[in-house]
Design a protein around this ligand. Structure first.
Ligand SMILES: Cc1cc2nc3c(=O)[nH]c(=O)nc-3n(C[C@H](O)[C@H](O)[C@H](O)COP(=O)(O)OP(=O)(O)OC[C@H]3O[C@@H](n4cnc5c(N)ncnc54)[C@H](O)[C@@H]3O)c2cc1C
Length: 116
Protein backbone atom coordinates (compact mmCIF):
# COMPACT_ATOMS: atom_id res chain seq x y z
CA UNK A 1 0.00 0.00 0.00
CA UNK A 2 1.29 3.44 -0.91
CA UNK A 3 0.19 6.84 0.33
CA UNK A 4 -1.14 9.39 -2.13
CA UNK A 5 -2.32 12.97 -1.86
CA UNK A 6 -4.67 14.16 -4.60
CA UNK A 7 -5.16 17.92 -4.94
CA UNK A 8 -8.56 18.75 -6.38
CA UNK A 9 -11.84 16.91 -5.85
CA UNK A 10 -13.19 17.60 -9.32
CA UNK A 11 -14.00 14.84 -11.79
CA UNK A 12 -10.31 14.26 -12.48
CA UNK A 13 -9.10 14.19 -8.89
CA UNK A 14 -12.10 12.24 -7.61
CA UNK A 15 -11.68 9.60 -10.34
CA UNK A 16 -7.96 9.24 -9.77
CA UNK A 17 -8.46 9.07 -6.00
CA UNK A 18 -11.16 6.45 -6.36
CA UNK A 19 -9.07 4.24 -8.64
CA UNK A 20 -6.05 4.53 -6.36
CA UNK A 21 -8.18 3.65 -3.33
CA UNK A 22 -9.72 0.67 -5.13
CA UNK A 23 -6.17 -0.55 -5.72
CA UNK A 24 -5.71 -0.59 -1.95
CA UNK A 25 -3.77 2.64 -1.55
CA UNK A 26 -4.14 5.20 1.22
CA UNK A 27 -5.50 8.32 -0.49
CA UNK A 28 -6.16 11.78 0.92
CA UNK A 29 -7.95 14.36 -1.23
CA UNK A 30 -7.61 18.11 -0.69
CA UNK A 31 -9.73 20.78 -2.30
CA UNK A 32 -9.71 24.51 -1.65
CA UNK A 33 -13.48 24.52 -2.04
CA UNK A 34 -15.83 23.08 0.55
CA UNK A 35 -17.64 21.15 -2.17
CA UNK A 36 -17.00 17.96 -4.12
CA UNK A 37 -17.12 17.53 -7.87
CA UNK A 38 -15.20 20.62 -8.93
CA UNK A 39 -17.06 22.67 -11.49
CA UNK A 40 -19.62 19.89 -11.92
CA UNK A 41 -20.77 20.24 -8.29
CA UNK A 42 -24.51 20.65 -7.76
CA UNK A 43 -27.00 20.54 -4.91
CA UNK A 44 -30.77 20.41 -4.48
CA UNK A 45 -32.21 23.55 -2.88
CA UNK A 46 -35.10 23.75 -0.44
CA UNK A 47 -37.58 23.87 -3.36
CA UNK A 48 -36.25 20.66 -4.83
CA UNK A 49 -34.47 22.45 -7.67
CA UNK A 50 -31.03 21.24 -8.69
CA UNK A 51 -28.63 24.18 -8.59
CA UNK A 52 -25.34 24.07 -10.49
CA UNK A 53 -23.45 27.04 -9.04
CA UNK A 54 -20.43 26.74 -11.34
CA UNK A 55 -22.48 26.36 -14.52
CA UNK A 56 -24.82 23.78 -16.03
CA UNK A 57 -23.28 20.40 -16.75
CA UNK A 58 -24.55 17.64 -19.01
CA UNK A 59 -22.88 14.26 -19.07
CA UNK A 60 -21.95 12.86 -22.45
CA UNK A 61 -19.42 10.26 -23.52
CA UNK A 62 -18.67 7.94 -26.41
CA UNK A 63 -16.91 5.51 -24.08
CA UNK A 64 -18.82 2.59 -22.55
CA UNK A 65 -16.00 2.21 -20.00
CA UNK A 66 -16.72 5.72 -18.69
CA UNK A 67 -20.47 5.09 -18.62
CA UNK A 68 -19.97 1.79 -16.78
CA UNK A 69 -17.58 3.36 -14.26
CA UNK A 70 -20.00 6.16 -13.42
CA UNK A 71 -22.96 3.79 -13.30
CA UNK A 72 -21.47 2.45 -10.09
CA UNK A 73 -22.16 5.80 -8.42
CA UNK A 74 -25.31 7.14 -10.02
CA UNK A 75 -28.60 6.35 -11.64
CA UNK A 76 -29.33 7.82 -15.05
CA UNK A 77 -32.17 9.97 -16.27
CA UNK A 78 -32.92 10.26 -19.94
CA UNK A 79 -32.41 13.80 -21.10
CA UNK A 80 -32.66 15.48 -24.47
CA UNK A 81 -30.78 18.68 -25.07
CA UNK A 82 -31.37 20.97 -28.01
CA UNK A 83 -30.05 24.49 -28.27
CA UNK A 84 -31.28 26.83 -30.95
CA UNK A 85 -30.29 30.44 -31.31
CA UNK A 86 -32.85 32.75 -32.85
CA UNK A 87 -30.78 35.18 -34.89
CA UNK A 88 -33.03 37.69 -36.62
CA UNK A 89 -35.71 35.05 -37.12
CA UNK A 90 -33.29 32.40 -38.36
CA UNK A 91 -32.92 29.37 -36.06
CA UNK A 92 -29.31 28.21 -35.80
CA UNK A 93 -28.31 25.07 -33.90
CA UNK A 94 -25.65 26.61 -31.66
CA UNK A 95 -22.84 29.14 -31.52
CA UNK A 96 -20.87 26.98 -34.00
CA UNK A 97 -23.79 27.38 -36.38
CA UNK A 98 -23.52 31.11 -35.95
CA UNK A 99 -19.82 30.96 -36.80
CA UNK A 100 -20.46 28.71 -39.82
CA UNK A 101 -23.00 31.15 -41.14
CA UNK A 102 -20.39 33.85 -40.72
CA UNK A 103 -17.70 31.89 -42.60
CA UNK A 104 -19.95 31.21 -45.57
CA UNK A 105 -19.94 34.89 -46.34
CA UNK A 106 -23.58 35.29 -45.42
CA UNK A 107 -24.84 38.02 -43.19
CA UNK A 108 -22.48 38.54 -40.26
CA UNK A 109 -23.86 37.47 -36.90
CA UNK A 110 -22.53 38.47 -33.53
CA UNK A 111 -23.23 36.58 -30.35
CA UNK A 112 -22.37 39.40 -28.02
CA UNK A 113 -19.01 37.88 -27.07
CA UNK A 114 -17.47 38.32 -30.50
CA UNK A 115 -16.13 41.53 -31.91
CA UNK A 116 -17.16 42.81 -35.33
C1 LIG B 1 -19.74 26.64 -17.10
C2 LIG B 1 -19.19 25.27 -17.44
C3 LIG B 1 -20.01 24.33 -18.07
C4 LIG B 1 -19.51 23.08 -18.40
N1 LIG B 1 -20.36 22.17 -18.96
C5 LIG B 1 -19.93 20.91 -19.17
C6 LIG B 1 -20.82 19.93 -19.66
O1 LIG B 1 -21.99 20.18 -19.88
N2 LIG B 1 -20.33 18.67 -19.86
C7 LIG B 1 -19.01 18.36 -19.61
O2 LIG B 1 -18.64 17.20 -19.82
N3 LIG B 1 -18.15 19.29 -19.17
C8 LIG B 1 -18.57 20.55 -18.94
N4 LIG B 1 -17.71 21.49 -18.47
C9 LIG B 1 -16.31 21.09 -18.26
C10 LIG B 1 -16.17 20.38 -16.93
O3 LIG B 1 -16.55 21.23 -15.87
C11 LIG B 1 -14.70 20.02 -16.78
O4 LIG B 1 -14.25 19.26 -17.87
C12 LIG B 1 -14.48 19.23 -15.52
O5 LIG B 1 -15.10 19.83 -14.40
C13 LIG B 1 -13.00 19.15 -15.31
O6 LIG B 1 -12.81 18.45 -14.11
P1 LIG B 1 -11.46 18.64 -13.35
O7 LIG B 1 -11.52 17.75 -12.15
O8 LIG B 1 -10.32 18.46 -14.26
O9 LIG B 1 -11.43 20.19 -12.94
P2 LIG B 1 -12.41 21.03 -11.95
O10 LIG B 1 -13.83 20.60 -12.06
O11 LIG B 1 -12.08 22.46 -12.24
O12 LIG B 1 -11.91 20.64 -10.53
C14 LIG B 1 -10.66 21.08 -10.03
C15 LIG B 1 -10.79 21.13 -8.53
O13 LIG B 1 -9.50 21.40 -8.01
C16 LIG B 1 -9.63 22.36 -7.00
N5 LIG B 1 -8.35 23.06 -6.92
C17 LIG B 1 -7.73 23.75 -7.90
N6 LIG B 1 -6.55 24.21 -7.47
C18 LIG B 1 -6.43 23.81 -6.18
C19 LIG B 1 -5.45 24.00 -5.19
N7 LIG B 1 -4.32 24.71 -5.45
N8 LIG B 1 -5.65 23.46 -3.97
C20 LIG B 1 -6.78 22.75 -3.71
N9 LIG B 1 -7.76 22.54 -4.61
C21 LIG B 1 -7.58 23.07 -5.84
C22 LIG B 1 -10.77 23.25 -7.42
O14 LIG B 1 -11.35 23.89 -6.31
C23 LIG B 1 -11.72 22.24 -8.06
O15 LIG B 1 -12.65 21.72 -7.14
C24 LIG B 1 -18.17 22.76 -18.12
C25 LIG B 1 -17.33 23.70 -17.51
C26 LIG B 1 -17.85 24.93 -17.15
C27 LIG B 1 -16.93 25.95 -16.46
Amino acid sequence: MEKFIVVGAGLSGATIARLLAEDGNDVTVFDKRATLGGNAYDYVDKNGITVQPYGPHIFHTDYKEVYDFLSGFTEWREYKHRVLANVRGRLLPDSQGIKRGDRRGQQRFHTGTEKA
